[in-house]
Design a protein around this ligand. Structure first.
Ligand SMILES: [Zn+2]
Length: 139
């Protein structure tokens, strides 16, 4: 089976992926105006400052939108369908594309509270996925 296409960190995104490897969801916060942004990028969209800090996110949010795909969009996803693609609005106000674990696709709803869970996809690749908030942790 083909390998999952791992994200390729860049200078701008490496702290985000390093945070995931450490079990932390980090977001960029503008050092000048305080706006939180995602995905990571060099310039603040609000004030154009190039200065930023990495701050821990709560890891909680709600499903802003979602879709269920019945096609494997990549050969590594064969056998994983139907697959839910969600747009999670984090409590910090930014939206992150991900998926939801721990429930069936027909249980996903807009507005559903979710929390981040770090999922090891392949060696060295930890993805921030989500599960229904308050779900029992796996033993
Ligand atoms: Zn700014």
């Amino acid at each position: 089976m083909p390998e999952f296409p791992a994200p390729v960190p860049t200078q701008d995104t490496e702290p985000f992926w390093q945070g995931c490897r450490e079990g932390k969801l980090l977001l960029q916060r503008c050092a000048a105006c305080g706006v939180v942004r995602y995905p990571p990028r060099p310039m603040c969209p609000q004030c154009t400052s190039l200065e930023s800090r990495w701050v821990p996110a709560t890891g909680t949010g709600t499903v802003f939108s979602y879709t269920v795909t019945h096609q494997a969009l990549h050969p590594s996803l064969v056998g994983r369908t139907p697959h839910v693609i969600v747009l999670v609005e984090l409590d910090e106000g930014v939206r992150m594309t991900s998926t939801v674990l721990g429930c069936t696709p027909d249980q996903v709803r807009i507005g559903m509270p979710v929390e981040v869970v770090f999922h090891q996809e392949t060696d060295g690749v930890i993805l921030p996925l989500f599960r229904p908030a308050g779900a029992e942790r796996a033993p």
